[in-house]
Design a protein around this ligand. Structure first.
Ligand code: BMA
Length: 335
C-alpha cells in the first residue's frame, strides 16, 4: 500500500493537486485499478467522431489540456485539441488540429495524410506533441504548442515506418531523447522499443535497442506508452504489449525501469501485465481487446498517477495507481 516515506522515489514531477483520482476499491489488490465511471470519453463525444481513444493529456494552467485521437465519420485518423478543468470532463474541438509549419522547409512535409496515437510532453518551455504521422507510410510526427490552440509542426523524426514515438521530459546527456518503435506499413506483427537522441528536435540518431517483445501478453510486439516518469529507481516506462490469440491481437500494458543516464539499458522489467483488456469497454468496440495507454498524470506530492488509455479503439478510459507501488511491483516481479 501507499506510504508517504516512499515519495522520494519520484524525482521530478510537479504538484498536480487536481489530478483525477478515485481510491482503490475495497478488496482490490491490483497495482492499477480502473475508474468506476469509465469510459470518460465516449465514441460520439463530438459530432464529427466515430471514435475517440488513444489520447494524451497534460497539466495546463489551473486544469488540463490534451491531444485526442478522433477518428472521423469518414474513418480518417485525426488528432484534435481539448481542454478540461478536472481531467475527467473534456471539451474537445470538433475539427482536427491544423499544424502550421515551424519553418519554410517543413512546409514540404506538412501535407496531411493521417495522424494518430498522440503523446504530449512538456520540455523546458513548451508542450511537444509526437504522433504517428502519415508520410508515405507511418512515421513519427513532431510538433509543439504553447496554448493547445496554435500548433507548429517540425520535421518527422524518422523515415517510415515507425510508431509510438515517446519523448523524455528532459534532455538526457544534453540531448532530447525519444523512444520509438520501427514498424511496417500494416498491422505490424513485430516490434521492439528503441531509443534515439537529438541535439535540436530535428536530427535524430545514435539509435539504441532498448527492449524487445518477450513472452505471454507481450510476445508479439511492444511500444512505449506515456511519457516516462523520472524516479530514483530509473525512468518508469509504461508500455503496451501485444499477444496474438487465435482471434487476433490483444493489447495489454505493463511497466519497466530504464537507467536514468542510459535509458536504453533496462534495469528491471515487470513480467506480469498491469492491466489487460477485461472490462466490457476494453473488450467490445471497433477493435476488441485493446487497452492502449498514451498518457499518465503524476502528482509529485502524493505519488498518485492517473493513466489515460484507449479502450477497444473506441473510447478513452482512466486507471489509477501510485508511482511507488508500480516501482515496487516491477522490482518484485522482474523477469
Ligand atoms: C495499433 C495502433 C493503435 C491501435 C492498435 C489496436 O497498431 O493502430 O492505434 O489502438 O493497433 O488496433
Amino acid at each position: 500500500m501507499h506510504s508517504s516515506s516512499k515519495m522520494d522515489e519520484i524525482v521530478s514531477s510537479p504538484s498536480v493537486p487536481g489530478i483525477p483520482w478515485e481510491k482503490r476499491p475495497d478488496g482490490c489488490s491490483d497495482v492499477v485499478w480502473r475508474y468506476s465511471a469509465n469510459p470518460i470519453i465516449h465514441h460520439d463525444h463530438i459530432p464529427s467522431s466515430n471514435s475517440i481513444f488513444n489520447s494524451a493529456v497534460a497539466p495546463y494552467g489551473t486544469g488540463f489540456a490534451g491531444v485526442f485521437r478522433c477518428d472521423s465519420k469518414t474513418r480518417q485518423m485525426q488528432i484534435h485539441s481539448g481542454h478540461s478543468d478536472d481531467g475527467m470532463n473534456w471539451k474537445i474541438d470538433n475539427d482536427r488540429i491544423q499544424f502550421v509549419p515551424a519553418d519554410e522547409r517543413t512546409q514540404e512535409i506538412a501535407h496531411f495524410e493521417y495522424a494518430y496515437d498522440p503523446r504530449v510532453c512538456w520540455i523546458e518551455d513548451r508542450y511537444y506533441v509526437t504522433w504517428c504521422n502519415g508520410y508515405y507510410g507511418p512515421t513519427i510526427g513532431v510538433g509543439y504548442t504553447y496554448d493547445f490552440e496554435n500548433y507548429f509542426q517540425l520535421e518527422n523524426a524518422y523515415l517510415p515506418f515507425n510508431r509510438n514515438g515517446v519523448l523524455f521530459p528532459r534532455k538526457i546527456n544534453g540531448k532530447y531523447a525519444m523512444l520509438n518503435r520501427p514498424s511496417d506499413n500494416g498491422h505490424t506483427p513485430f516490434g521492439d522499443i528503441y531509443y534515439s537522441e537529438s541535439p535540436d528536435m530535428t536530427h535524430w540518431g545514435r539509435h539504441r535497442f532498448v527492449m524487445g517483445a518477450s513472452e505471454g501478453w507481450q510476445s508479439t510486439k511492444i511500444g512505449a506508452g506515456p511519457i516516462p516518469i523520472e524516479t530514483s529507481e530509473g525512468w518508469l516506462l509504461i508500455y503496451h504489449g501485444v499477444l496474438t490469440s487465435c482471434n487476433g491481437f490483444v493489447y495489454s500494458f505493463g511497466a519497466a525501469l530504464l537507467d536514468l543516464d542510459k535509458p536504453w539499458q533496462v534495469r528491471y522489467r515487470g513480467e506480469p501485465y498491469l492491466l489487460a483488456p477485461q472490462a466490457s469497454y476494453e473488450r467490445t468496440g471497433d477493435v476488441p481487446n485493446v487497452a492502449f495507454p498514451c498518457a499518465a498524470l503524476v502528482d509529485g506530492d502524493s505519488g498518485r498517477m492517473a493513466i489515460y488509455y484507449g479502450g477497444a479503439d473506441t473510447v478513452v478510459c482512466l486507471a489509477f495507481a501510485y508511482v511507488n507501488e508500480i516501482v515496487d511491483f516491477i522490482k518484485a516481479f522482474a523477469a
